[in-house]
Design a protein around this ligand. Structure first.
Ligand code: FMN
Length: 157
């Protein structure tokens, strides 16, 4: 029977299994940061676009206010540890590329790092943004996409 519910109970019931991603951003010093995100989606077919929702307290938010590019990375099954690392530490305190021993190479858009061990990487340029409560939704136009067909996608379940 459908009944009125407390919000946390309703959230808890509907958010799994969840597709998660990593977003690479550029730090003010020219190094790069990684954040684990669950709040992302495709938003346009032509031109291709992805939106990501980033909390105002996140270092990634500061990074995106400075440099208007991100790389949306779809992780492989083997990358669970990296998702935990990037979802529970801030780039203000640690360098996540070093801490996670992340293998990468320079992409084609603003040299954003491409994560070698992921399933897919989408290099995006921020074309618009919307304040959404305590998060900002950044809409990125995809300029280059990368794919490794030998790996399987990670899901939280
Ligand atoms: C599974 C999972 C999903 C998350 N999804 C988001 C998200 O969609 N947006 C967001 O701003 N933070 C999200 N977070 C929290 C950030 O990953 C976390 O606060 C991170 O430490 C921020 O790093 P930063 O300060 O280097 O940007 C998520 C964390 C986890 C573990």
């Amino acid at each position: 029977m459908m009944q009125i519910s407390e919000l946390p109970a309703a959230y808890a019931r509907v958010h799994l299994p969840a597709k998660v991603a990593l977003a690479v951003t550029e730090k003010p010093d020219g190094n790069y940061n990684l954040i684990t995100i669950e709040w992302f989606m495709r938003t346009s077919i032509q031109p291709p676009m992805f939106a990501i929702s980033i909390g105002h307290t996140r270092y990634s938010h500061d990074c995106l206010e400075g440099v208007r590019y991100f790389n949306l990375v779809f992780p492989a099954k083997e990358q669970k540890e990296l998702l935990t690392l990037c979802g529970s530490n801030s780039g203000r305190d640690i360098d996540k590329f070093t801490a996670g021993d992340v293998k990468h190479f320079a992409g084609k858009l603003h040299k954003l790092p491409i994560l070698k061990d992921a399933i897919a990487n989408f290099e995006c340029e921020v074309v618009s943004q919307v304040r959404s409560g305590d998060h900002t939704i950044y809409v990125g136009q995809v300029h280059y996409s990368w794919l490794d067909t030998d790996k399987e996608l990670f899901f939280y379940s």
